[in-house]
Design a protein around this ligand. Structure first.
Ligand code: NDP
Ligand code: KPL
Length: 311
């Protein structure tokens, strides 16, 4: 399978490296700085499951990309989506599938508008990974899940072929008939994790060990689940239970990638995750006070970041 991975950051680098391990014919579509880094050092990935790998990879810039790909794995941040759409356009032929693994929901509609409904798959990544300042990819835990599905619910060969290849590379991959439900479930989980850990600047465990923390987490999760239900994606009781368990472990060291980005002084996906849920709460007639506070906190960080960067 010929795969083009847009981005060689945390997710692109990690999943791309596992797909290469499985024998995929794969190239990365990157920008100039990352291309230079990859050409100099190769792709370095640290993983508690597979150890450290360093391999030479094909890294192309947008102007070097030709058509002929079976699948484009889209791994940019939400705020880079517009540029990424332009960058992958020359790679997309009539048979090319586009598999985004971004957090959030809105990117799916934007991709379908840009490339047509049939081209776009849904993807949900469960992994806690980061790109270090040295340009190395680090999987911070054991998670390496990828859930993939057609938006119309059919299980097609392009989905099962990709899932089989990913599984061969050690990714915990599965084909999902209800990928829209999986995207919403992820947004409920991540909206709670990012909202809480960014606002409180601590791990799930630290929030739970603080007086008032358990009630805050419970209330945010309940509201997020109600927002999903209002948008036609109620969480199955087992899925909700699994998410509740994540927010009930006082020893948990879990934080959201958004908190890591914020603590590193980077951009955050405030609109795509926190803003989506705030708007969702308003549309659903759910008290938006918690979401407004979380969003204001994120906006204040963004304002401060912009002012410190100067004109
Ligand atoms: N990290 C995590 O643990 C998880 C992240 N996610 C989600 O996955 C998505 C990706 O996150 P993550 O991997 O952490 O992000 P990273 O910032 O680590 O990687 C994104 C990469 O995309 C590249 N990129 C963006 N636009 C372009 C473009 N036009 N052309 C070429 N390259 C481009 C960036 O390159 P450049 O360096 O040039 O800017 C960057 O290296 C996000 O939506 C995130 O929320 C989901 C699950 C877990
Ligand atoms: C919640 C988690 C770790 C799961 O993949 C994630 O998506 C993120 O932190 O962005």
């Amino acid at each position: 399978m010929r795969i083009l991975v847009l981005g060689a950051g945390a997710l692109g680098g990690y999943y791309g490296s596992r797909l290469l391990e499985a024998g995929a014919d794969l190239a990365f579509l990157v920008r100039a700085r990352r291309q230079e880094q990859l050409r100099r050092n190769g792709l370095v990935v640290h993983c508690p499951v597979f150890g450290t790998t360093q391999r030479a990879v094909t890294a192309l810039q947008a102007q070097e990309v030709q058509p002929g790909w079976d699948l484009v794995l889209l791994t940019c941040k939400a705020y880079d989506l517009q540029d990424a759409i332009a960058a992958i356009r020359p790679a997309i032929g009539p048979e090319t599938a586009i598999l985004p693994v971004l957090n959030g929901i809105a990117h799916v509609a934007r991709l379908r508008e840009a490339f047509g409904e049939a081209a776009v798959l849904g993807g949900v990544a469960r992994i806690a990974a980061t790109l270090t300042p040295e340009g190395e990819v680090r999987n911070l835990g054991q998670w390496r899940t990828l859930t993939v599905g057609e938006l119309n619910g059919r299980i097609t060969p392009r989905v099962t072929d990709f899932v089989a290849l990913a599984a061969k590379g050690g990714i915990q991959a599965e084909a999902a008939p209800d990928i829209r439900g999986a995207l919403w479930a992820k947004l409920v989980m991540l909206g709670t994790l990012a909202g809480a850990t960014v606002l409180m600047r601590g791990t799930v465990g630290q929030i739970l060990r603080a007086p008032g923390g358990p009630g805050f987490l419970r209330s945010l999760l309940e509201r997020n689940a109600a927002i999903a239900a209002h948008h036609g994606a109620p969480l199955a009781p087992k899925v909700l239970e699994t998410i509740q368990d994540i927010f009930a472990d006082p020893a948990s060291k879990l934080t959201a990638s958004m908190l890591r980005d914020l603590e590193g002084g980077g951009r955050i996906e405030s609109d795509a995750i926190l803003g989506e849920l705030l708007e969702g709460a308003r549309r659903a007639g759910i008290d938006p006070a918690l979401h407004e506070l979380i969003m204001l906190h994120a906006r204040t960080y963004e304002q401060r970041r912009a002012e410190e960067a100067g004109p």
